[in-house]
Unconditional design. Structure first.
Length: 465
């Protein structure tokens, strides 16, 4: 009962879509095909060899028969039917004769008459056959007959053999060749199954390590003597764990920074509200204006945090976008802000540029860079937005003539909540959002000093279509 249960479990496991089963099938199938090929090749080879040997025997027997009877055949020879005198045969010889005699015959023709024939030979009604080999059907069975013609004596010696005898021998040879392979085939299959299972032990150990991990443990997996085929998978898993750990750390820092950044404006809002409650009628308006300003700053911070969090979503609708049109929409959104500060925003298109992207991502990307440029550019300054090609790739350049950023801080300004030495009001999320959006589009964002040697040039290079 136990062995039956084990076999049943083995069959059920083999039915599952497993790596072990796939490897097992990929190894067993060629072996099965090889056995089939051996059987086919053995069959055709045996058929050719047996046919040649038996044909040679017919030729030899016909010539021997004629040599034995050549002196005895006369023009007036009477028909003679020859049988076998079994009293001189042993039991073993008689059994062999009885088994094979029906499948062989001979006839000797003199002119158009049979003068000598074997017992149970083909009757005279089936006329003499042409010289050489012929195949006929007699009594429903195929026969192969060799005819030896002696023209000067008008003699034809025919030796015939039923093809079933040859077919029986060929089948026996083929079966003897293939049967041992078929007998050991289940044993081969079992050994392959066990061998594949043993070879996949390292995969099981790897799976066991991953399953034992808690959701908080993102340390690298430890591997010893990992096979070459699994080393790439092991390295990829550790690389994934490393990236996840970095991502969780970033999110943790982001949460802590967000809580810190929101704490200050909320505290200010509370103070302004308390002052407004205790102030005289004339001072209430002033405190309320400051309260509204604090609410707007807090709202802006929350909006930026939501944009940054929303950018982690994977599902986006990508389509072909006209970079100049998208840049124009952003310029239009910030036109009022620029006018209030007395800043001229110039939009230029050096070449018609299209790329595959999402306006949902591109809009905050351009908007945050443009907002920073206008915010840090002094009154009377200029901001230039240029759509062009950079090494054959679509590119957007936003240049301002503000105070700029020291090159040493180019990498740091993309970090969340980093504001450097700036005294301009803000959350420190603008460029961090821009970089996150650019990465989501597969674009690169770079900072540089403009040709005028003052201000900042931000270049976003998008992927080719």
């Amino acid at each position: 009962m136990t062995s039956f249960t084990s076999f049943k479990e083995l069959v059920e496991r083999m039915k599952k879509n497993s790596l072990r089963r796939k490897v097992f099938n990929s190894l067993l199938l060629p072996i099965g095909l090889a056995i089939a090929a051996i059987g086919c090749i053995g069959f055709y080879s045996a058929r050719e060899e047996v046919g040649e040997v038996y044909d040679a025997q017919l030729i030899t027997a016909a010539n021997v028969l004629w040599a034995l009877m050549e002196q005895d055949v006369t023009p007036s020879h009477k028909p003679l039917n020859i049988g076998i005198n079994e009293k001189y045969l042993s039991e073993e010889e008689r059994a062999a004769f009885d088994e094979n005699a029906d499948g062989r015959m001979f006839r000797v023709w003199q002119g158009s008459k049979i003068i000598i024939s074997s017992e149970d030979s083909i009757p005279e009604s089936l006329k003499a056959l042409p010289p050489g080999f012929s195949e006929i059907k007699y009594d429903g069975d195929p026969w192969r007959i060799y005819s030896l013609h002696i023209p000067e004596r008008k003699i034809t010696v025919e030796l015939g053999e039923e093809l079933g005898v040859r077919h029986y021998l060929v089948n026996r040879i083929t079966l003897g060749l293939v049967l041992p392979l078929l007998v050991v085939f289940p044993a081969i299959a079992f050994l392959i199954w066990r061998g594949v299972g043993k070879g996949l032990t390292d995969v099981g150990r790897l799976s066991e390590q991953v399953q034992k991990r808690s959701s908080q443990d993102l340390s690298p997996l430890k591997f010893y003597n990992v096979p070459v085929e699994l080393s790439a998978l092991a390295e990829s898993l550790n690389s994934l764990l490393h990236r996840l750990e970095e991502s969780f750390l970033r999110e943790k820092r982001f949460t802590e920074n967000a809580a810190h950044e929101l704490k200050t404006p909320l505290a200010v809002l509370k103070i302004q509200a308390q002052l407004a409650l205790s102030a005289s009628t004339g001072e209430i308006r002033e405190h309320m204006e400051e309260l509204i300003g604090g609410v707007e700053r807090a709202s802006r911070l929350v909006e930026e945090l939501l944009i940054l969090a929303k950018n982690t979503e994977e599902s986006r609708n990508f389509s072909e976008l006209d970079l100049y049109v998208e840049a124009g929409k952003a310029v239009a959104r910030f036109a009022e802000f620029a006018v209030e500060k007395g800043i001229e925003v110039i939009l230029k298109e050096e070449t018609k540029t299209f790329f595959i992207g999402s306006s949902e991502i591109l809009s905050p990307l351009i908007g945050n860079i443009l907002d920073n440029a206008i915010k840090y550019t002094p009154s009377g300054g200029h901001v230039e937005v240029t759509v062009t090609l950079e090494s054959g790739r679509p590119a957007l350049k936003i240049t301002d003539d503000g105070p700029g950023i020291p090159p040493a801080e180019y990498e740091k300004v993309f970090e969340r909540f980093y504001r450097g030495e700036s005294r301009v009001a803000g959350s420190g999320l603008g460029l961090a959002i821009a970089k996150s959006m650019a990465e989501n589009l597969g674009a690169e964002i770079n900072l540089a000093v403009p040709e005028s040697t003052q201000g900042l040039k931000v270049t976003v290079v998008f992927p080719k279509n």
